[in-house]
Design a binder for this molecule. Structure first.
Ligand code: ATP
Ligand code: MG
Length: 563
């Protein structure tokens, strides 16, 4: 399903929280958390969760913790911990001193596990992983009790202590909750809560060789921190009884409420860390922050604003059913934001040389040009106009079809902020037929863009002075995947088959108005008639400025809505 209507902040979770505050259900301050696993960079789906958790806490007088759910040594890394913090901050949220790590609770979690064994609610199971799977049953068949299920409490306590002590190799024993092997909910069939992993952890080093599983860690971390509302995605709905079971059985500080919402999916991309890692590791993209990536760092590098991403997350609302949001809506949001704040400048991406035959040699006129037509506050700059200019190659056609109103032989057009020019002749390469330059004349009476005799032209073109323009590299980005749903091929094709071969087009001979020479890294502009662009903060140097296209001016979203 592709949703085309933004469900204007239909936020069921907000309503639940408002109700709980009104009835003082928890008798403590609203507390949410954002719990990323540091095993990859954050993507736009995470942004949705960040906006929900941090946004609701800020709006409703609560606190939101940033908690790293770091219980999987091997896949996790400090690089990811750092990038996640940078991304959350960039999005505009602040955890103040509420930064936590599940790994900081390892000692407490261990004690809780011992408590469960003592309560006869957990046991050490010595079946192999395959056997455990076999005993678990299926959706339609009940599971079978493990032969170790009724092992004496003292024996489980002893084995669990020795598991921690490092006596056993990986996979020989696990600690399992003692719940119900016949439960219709497979999650409740004596789930594993600890396993042996002789692996170094990025924070606890070699201190531990047993690690707690997600379901056990998560509810207890929430309780330890005093979370009131534990917001997660729908795939954890089946795990909610287990979340509640641990908290009911154990003596814990409090019992937070788990609330689920639908994962966000976006067209023309994938939002699974595993797949994104695959793209990075196999160099389909230049890195996690490749401007084509759906990661927060990718969007940032491309030139997206945090405001536009927050606005997007607000507009899509909170769904209880899985849905896919059209990328066109995200693009619409950034366009809307940049329309107000990006100065307009002129840049010629594919230059075609124009010589104004009747313009005085060596004359330079400085023409006043507004940075924003609707916002005089942004001010203006002077653009040099000279005899030799560049215009966009595709603004000229020698043999124009009916609907082409731009420049062609004998036709007159306006140059933005300057004069009317008329094309008099075309110079071509004798051998290849390639158009080399145009000879034009200008009408001195039309300075500023209007003709005293009232004659009209049908097009206004952007241009730069050949002598004054700076040269730049410009990268035009398109969808990373050509298919709207690269994950959903009917024939089961791998998502990488749908990578768009034209997702990046590099232009190396672009000519920009001279004022852009010192443009700050990451600053954003509208290149008139072309789109919004920003200075790549990494690849730009004093020698060579590099611009990324953030988004074109064509609003596909408006078109979809009008249909
Ligand atoms: P992935 O499946 O991509 O690896 P994950 O859910 O395992 O993602 P976590 O680091 O555990 O990644 O996610 C942190 C939080 O972000 C979780 O609470 C999760 O529910 C939320 N989240 C992750 N992906 C999405 C998404 N596509 N839409 C909304 N929330 C998401
Ligand atoms: Mg997860």
């Amino acid at each position: 399903m592709t949703s085309t209507e933004p469900s204007a902040s239909s936020n069921v979770i907000r309503n639940i929280i408002i109700e709980d505050i009104a009835t003082n259900k928890y008798n403590r301050k609203l507390m949410t958390r954002f719990p990323p696993e540091p095993n990859g960079y954050l993507h736009i789906g995470h942004a949705k969760s960040i906006c929900l958790n941090f946004g609701l806490a800020a709006e409703l007088g609560g606190v939101c913790n940033l908690r790293f759910d770091d219980t999987n040594p091997g896949k996790e890394d400090i690089e990811y911990v750092m990038s996640i913090q940078e991304d959350v901050r960039w999005l505009g949220f602040d955890w103040e001193d509420h930064l936590y790590y599940a790994s900081d609770y390892f000692e407490m979690l261990y004690d809780y596990a011992v408590q469960l064994i003592r309560l006869d609610k957990a046991y050490v199971c010595s079946l192999s992983a395959d056997e455990i799977r076999e005993y678990r049953g299926t959706l339609t068949l009940p599971g079978k009790d493990s032969p170790y299920r009724n092992r004496p409490i003292s024996e489980s306590l002893d084995l669990f202590a020795r598991m921690r002590g490092g006596e056993f190799p990986d996979g020989t024993h696990v600690l399992r909750a003692k719940i119900d092997m016949a439960s219709p909910n497979v999650v409740m069939r004596d789930p594993t809560i600890y396993r042996i992993r002789h692996a170094s952890h990025h924070r606890t080093g070699d201190k531990w060789c047993i690690y707690p599983m997600y379901d056990f860690t998560h509810c207890l971390s929430d309780s330890i921190e005093g979370i009131t509302h534990s917001i997660c995605t729908l795939e954890f709905e089946n795990n909610r009884p287990l979340y509640d079971w641990f908290l009911d059985e154990l003596h814990v500080p409090c019992h937070p409420q788990q609330i689920e919402f639908a994962r966000m999916n976006l067209t023309h991309t994938v939002l699974s860390k595993r797949k994104l890692i695959e793209l990075v590791e196999n160099k389909y993209v230049s890195g996690w922050d490749d401007p084509r990536m759906p990661t927060i760092s990718g969007f940032r590098r491309r030139g997206y604003t945090p405001e536009s991403i927050r606005n997007f997350c607000e507009r899509i609302g909170v769904a209880r059913r899985d849905s896919t949001v059209d990328m066109a809506l995200l693009e619409h949001c950034v366009r809307e934001d940049l329309n107000n704040r990006a100065p307009r400048v002129m840049a010629v991406l594919r230059p075609l040389r124009v010589i104004i035959d009747n313009y005085p040699e060596n004359q330079v006129e400085m023409l006043d040009a507004l940075y924003h037509p609707d916002d005089p506050q942004m001010g203006s700059r002077n653009l040099p106009f000279t005899k030799i200019l560049y215009i966009e190659a595709d603004d000229f056609m020698e043999n124009p079809p009916k609907k082409f109103f731009r420049l062609s032989p004998g036709r007159e057009v306006r140059l933005r902020y300057a004069y009317f020019i008329r094309c008099e002749s075309v110079i071509k390469d004798n051998k290849t037929g390639e158009i080399l330059e145009l000879h034009c004349t200008y009408d001195p009476q039309t300075k500023g863009g209007g003709a005293p005799d009232g004659r009209k032209v049908k097009a206004t073109l952007h241009w730069v002075s050949a002598e004054h323009a700076i040269t730049a590299n410009v990268r035009l980005y398109n969808h990373l995947f050509s298919q709207p749903d690269p994950d959903g091929a009917k024939d089961g094709s791998d998502f990488k088959t749908f990578l768009n071969p034209h997702s990046l087009e590099l232009l190396t001979d672009c000519r920009l108005e001279p004022g852009l020479a010192g443009a700050a890294p990451a600053s954003r502009f509208q290149f008139e008639r072309l789109g919004y662009f920003s200075v790549d903060p990494i690849d730009s140097s004093e020698m060579q400025i590099v611009f990324n296209r953030i988004v074109t001016l064509k609003d596909e979203w408006a078109k979809l809505c009008n249909k």
